[in-house]
Design a protein around this ligand. Structure first.
Ligand SMILES: *Cc1c(COP(=O)(O)O)cnc(C)c1O
Length: 394
């Protein structure tokens, strides 16, 4: 018999009852160190006092009015986001997937407005943009699309890192290129800054819109507010979600004026998008994360973590192949099956996330302390030693 909860997830047999900072308490009392952060969502850890205050104060005042009316919290967060980034304008969603959907609609509408219909959107292998029909089509045929056809047309999936394929595909029929500066689900695969700059140049030369998906790598994760800042470029459209809500469902599409110009009244909407609760929390996240000192700390701690991860890889060459990523978005490429490493880490009371390319993802809260990083690495070392022992006795 099918369970009451539709069984679309392979869930670990853990249920957490409370959390503070980088720590989660399981129903049985065990305390787990959280290097998963709800898949990069709990940017400020669990139960951050400023976020609890922002949410409860707003909850006591007003939850929802709809976008039929002005929402001051939404306007304030839009002001904050545009002031801190390349963007001229923002649309708020409830999730990353909804941000993807709007970006796709904006690309179509842009070219419609230009009077020159362009329908080709280039994406890359290993991409993840969400689970809607449009988002799975964008990432290309595979596990996520199996049985869900016919797929939304218009996408061409290029091999990640294949410059020749990109140059061959780029011409004046391309509507947009959509890419994650660092692939999350795809295995913490980083697009080098010079490649992001090259892509920007190709987009400028052909007129194609550059759409960056920073749902996972944005909101301070790499030590800049947005990962593309490392390359010194700006996209036309940017997708944000996960960390921006600190755990409250919130997403956003940030755009330059030109790309958003055709999105006039009536072209898009959302009942909950930009609701007062989400925006009150998002403003507080921005208040903390967009501070240069905070971002510098993320960069410093990320470098410290990379150093310790490299030592871990060197100590366990049969288990790990290398370290990837930037800031506090890190991947351990594995020689063993990554899900076995994740399970062993769980036995050592450390939460990490598997990703494609046989990678274990480490996405600790951005507020993690140096001691907690060291403790997490000790737990990973313990997990790796346990796996090596099992391997030796098998
Ligand atoms: C998680 C994620 C999404 C989808 O976001 P949801 O909030 O799950 O809809 C899209 N793009 C990237 C890069 C993501 O990591």
């Amino acid at each position: 018999m099918i369970p009451a909860l539709m069984p679309t997830y392979n869930r670990a047999p853990l249920s957490f009852v409370s959390g503070t900072g980088a720590w989660l308490t399981e129903a049985d009392g065990r305390r787990f160190l959280d290097f998963a952060a709800g898949i990069g969502v709990n940017a400020l850890g669990h139960a951050h006092p400023a976020l609890v205050r922002a949410l409860t104060e707003q909850a006591g005042r007003l939850w929802h009015v709809s976008n039929l009316y002005r929402i001051p919290e939404q306007e304030a967060l839009a002001d904050r986001l545009t002031a801190a980034s390349f963007a001229d304008t923002v649309f708020f969603t409830n999730s990353g997937t909804e941000a993807t959907e709007l970006a796709l609609k904006m690309v179509r509408r842009f070219w419609h407005g230009e009077g020159r219909e362009r329908h080709r959107i280039l994406t890359f292998t290993g991409a993840f943009h969400g689970r809607s029909t449009g988002a799975i089509a964008a990432a290309g045929p595979g596990k996520m699309t199996d049985g869900f056809g016919p797929l939304m047309p218009g996408f061409e999936v290029l091999e990640w890192g294949d410059h020749d394929a990109l140059h061959a595909a780029m011409d004046e029929t391309v509507a947009a290129v959509m890419v994650e500066p660092i692939q999350g689900e795809g295995g913490i695969r980083t697009m080098p800054p010079e490649c992001l700059r090259g892509l920007r140049e190709l987009c400028d030369a052909t007129g194609a819109l550059m759409v960056l998906d920073e749902v996972q790598c944005g909101t301070g994760r790499t030590g800049r507010l947005f990962a593309h800042e490392w390359a010194g470029i700006a996209p036309d459209i940017l997708l944000v979600a996960k960390g921006i809500g600190g755990g409250f469902p919130l997403g956003a599409v940030l755009a330059q004026e030109r790309a958003a110009a055709p999105m006039v009244a009536g072209t898009h909407g959302s009942t909950y998008g930009g609701n007062p609760l989400g925006c009150a929390v998002g403003a507080q996240v921005m208040e903390i994360v967009a501070e240069p000192d905070f971002l510098a700390e993320v960069e410093r701690k990320g470098a410290a973590m990379e150093e310790q991860l490299s030592a871990l890889v060197a100590a366990h060459p049969a288990i790990f192949a290398g370290v990837r990523g930037k800031g506090l978005m890190r991947g351990l490429a594995c020689k063993m099956t990554n899900t076995d490493v994740v399970a062993a880490a769980r036995d050592a009371e450390l939460l990490v996330v598997p990703a494609a390319d046989n990678v274990v993802r480490l996405l600790p809260p951005l507020t993690i302390s140096d001691d907690e990083i060291t403790e997490g690495l000790a737990r990973l070392d313990k997990a790796a030693s346990a796996l090596a022992e099992q391997g030796a006795s098998a």
